[in-house]
Design a protein around this ligand. Sequence first.
Ligand code: GDP
Ligand code: MG
Length: 163
Amino acid sequence: MSFTLAIVGRPNVGKSTLFNRLVGKRLALVDDQPGVTRDLREGAARLGDLRFTVIDTAGLEEATDESLQGRMRRLTERAVDMADICLFMIDARVGVTPTDEFFAGLLRKRAKHVILAANKAEGRAGESGVLEAYALGLGDPLRLSAEHGEGMSDLLALLMPLA
Ligand code: GDP
Ligand code: MG
């Protein structure tokens, strides 16, 4: 039995960096439904002994006529509905923003299972942002550094019982 993990969160928190770390050089498939922008990437992830499908929500960075909030809602809802588990990422160095709170509300209502991750927390960086994350009401935040590979064994430990 395998599962699908969606990485969600506002632009620039490090979602694609984590996606690339989990997928490595294995080919990432691009979602190319007709008429839909290539805004969800799907890949075959490997972490320890676990194999699973990972979805990266992209496409929020590009400017279009539609508001960022509208696109975030539409994209995130699609990813959440495809996923067994959502990894909701915030930037520990920035702390919790109103946009993060918007996402948290959406996930609390809609997601089956949420892992809250405070990224960019390499070394002792972002400790106050990590503490702020407790207030999102999504459980204890996982300290992560997608770029430096820190916190990956803690992520594995959280995923194992859900696999
Ligand atoms: P996305 O928009 O959420 O997909 O974010 P990206 O993965 O594109 O990353 C945005 C920026 O944050 C890039 O400049 C990354 O190099 C940087 N970044 C990602 N993860 C980390 C991390 O763990 N620590 C630090 N310091 N920077 C990171
Ligand atoms: Mg990205």
